[in-house]
Design a binder for this molecule. Structure first.
Ligand SMILES: [Zn+2]
Length: 202
């Protein structure tokens, strides 16, 4: 029996009571799990394997798809105050960018922070930036593109998708992100566009 800590990133109904789950495992990376009878009322795994829930799971690896046997819920999102757009942003990223059985424990840990913050815009944007740079689509997003400073990064150069500090913003075509750069609607929109562009290229 194999074990991993996994977050469900896609869930597809299969036949009458089963599901095929795509999960992001801390140690295994992305993989699919066959969840037999999980849609039955008396299934003990039913409540643990919702999309964006994280559970400790045991699974059997035989012929074909790994089969979910046991699960224990660790954390999940609260559906009440959840922003649907942010759910889509995170799921899109995870499903498109992760490769099967290619683990990224660091990104997995950041995802857990995002889930515990119920996918607020600031942490979702931080996760997306981290993802882009871990996957090699972004060179550096922690310093000013002109002077290299890591302070007062309140502007962004849209064309280069790079941050610009307060002292350098007049040097090019940068636009302000405000005092909460990661939470700003401007940054959200720029990342949306950038992600789309990257996805079209891969
Ligand atoms: Zn600067």
């Amino acid at each position: 029996m194999s074990k991993d800590l996994v977050t469900v990133i896609k869930s597809v109904n299969y036949s009458e009571a089963d599901k095929i789950l795509t999960v992001f495992g801390k140690y295994s990376g992305k993989f699919t799990l066959f969840a037999k009878s999980i849609r039955k009322i008396n299934s003990k795994n039913r409540g643990n394997m919702q999309t964006l829930s994280t559970s400790e799971v045991s699974f059997y690896e035989g012929k074909g798809m790994p089969l979910l046997t046991e699960s224990q819920l660790i954390r999940s999102v609260e559906t009440e105050n959840l922003q649907v757009k942010n759910v889509r942003r995170v799921l899109f990223m995870l499903n498109k960018f992760l490769q099967e059985y290619d683990p990224y424990p660091k990104l997995f840990d950041i995802l857990q922070v995002v889930i515990s913050k119920n996918l607020d815009t600031r942490s979702v944007n931080k996760l997306r930036i981290k993802f882009l740079s871990e996957m090699g689509f972004l060179s550096d997003f922690t310093t000013c593109m002109y002077c290299g400073s890591d302070k007062n990064l309140e502007y962004i150069d849209k064309k280069h998708f790079a941050l610009v500090c307060k002292n350098c913003y007049s040097k090019g075509n940068s636009i302000p992100l405000g005092e909460d750069p990661y939470g700003s609607a401007t940054l959200t929109e720029i990342i949306d566009k950038y992600v789309k562009r990257v996805v079209e290229e891969i």
